[in-house]
Design a protein around this ligand. Structure first.
Ligand code: NAI
Length: 250
């Protein structure tokens, strides 16, 4: 299991859910990984669980802030000697329509979900001196839209299209840029949404309208798709939007 042997990776939002599963998978596949998260304690816990030991370092950082993004990239280069893979995964959701959303909340969702991708790429691309792979986390809702989450839908559509722009701009530097677009995935974020909507988790997770397979995805199932895009197995894949949603878009 050495798909990412010799590679250095950054995973933002790597302390929970999809990011955590991906960081641990990357480490098992031979990468050395920087887990960056606003929750520093949880990021440290992921680093402590990683196998092999010492393959993951934690950085407490808010990816909406330029100085934090610069520090994340510097940590990868200074600690592990370079950078090859960037998984822009940190994200937040606000479950409201336009009518109930404050301007400040709109700005926060855009800063965490969209500005972070711009900032991380701005600092990571120059550090990818041997080429590399960037994977941005979109969403099924970034492609088809969805109810009661206007800022989130706008932010994820932006991520999908920024991905194409980045792919075109940096292809000649040997840097591939793709988005992974999960459907509902069993993470703390989604369980929290179900709670906020007052829905029983089991009923929510098996809702047939959105989930033809009768269940939500697991973080590991998304991580496997990210691993493919990050790896040399995807050497001719760039600018694409890979949907991993159990048929929810169908
Ligand atoms: P999660 O809430 O379990 O994990 C998100 C992580 O991002 C947390 O550790 C959190 O502390 C961190 N984070 C939040 N704001 C941050 C900031 N400003 N700076 C640094 N770290 C920050 O969420 P989950 O479900 O694992 O989501 C990961 C990504 O997948 C997000 O971009 C989300 O929008 C996307 N996604 C999730 C889906 C789902 O059903 N769970 C479906 C489609 C997309």
């Amino acid at each position: 299991m050495n798909t990412l042997a010799g590679k250095v990776a950054i995973v933002t939002g790597g302390a929970s859910g999809i990011g955590r599963a991906t960081a641990l998978l990357f480490a098992r596949e031979g990468a050395r990984v920087v887990v960056a998260d606003i929750d520093g304690e949880a990021a440290e816990a992921v680093a402590a669980q990683a196998v092999p030991e010492g393959s993951v370092v934690a950085v407490r950082a808010d990816v909406s802030r330029p100085e934090d993004c610069r520090r994340i990239v510097a940590t990868a280069v200074d600690t592990f000697g370079g950078l090859h893979v960037l998984f822009n995964n940190a994200g937040i959701i606000r479950r409201t329509t336009a009518l109930d959303l404050d301007v400040e909340e709109w700005d926060r969702v855009m800063a965490v979900n969209v500005r972070s991708v711009f900032l991380m790429c701005k600092y990571a691309v120059p550090a990818m001196t041997e080429g590399g792979s960037i994977v941005n986390t979109g969403s099924g809702w970034g492609l088809k839209g969805g109810g009661n989450a206007i800022s989130y839908c706008a932010s994820k559509a932006a991520v999908v299209n920024m991905t194409r722009a980045l792919a075109i701009d940096h292809a000649r530097a040997g840097i591939r840029v793709n988005s992974v677009n999960p459907g509902d995935t069993d993470t703390p974020m989604l369980r929290d949404e179900a709670r906020q909507l007052g829905e029983d988790w089991d009923a929510f997770a098996s809702d047939a309208a959105d989930r033809p397979m009768g269940r939500a995805g697991t973080p590991d199932e998304i991580a496997q798709a990210v691993l493919f895009l990050a790896s040399d197995a995807a050497s001719y894949v760039t600018g694409s939007a890979l949907v991993v949603d159990g048929g929810g878009l169908a």
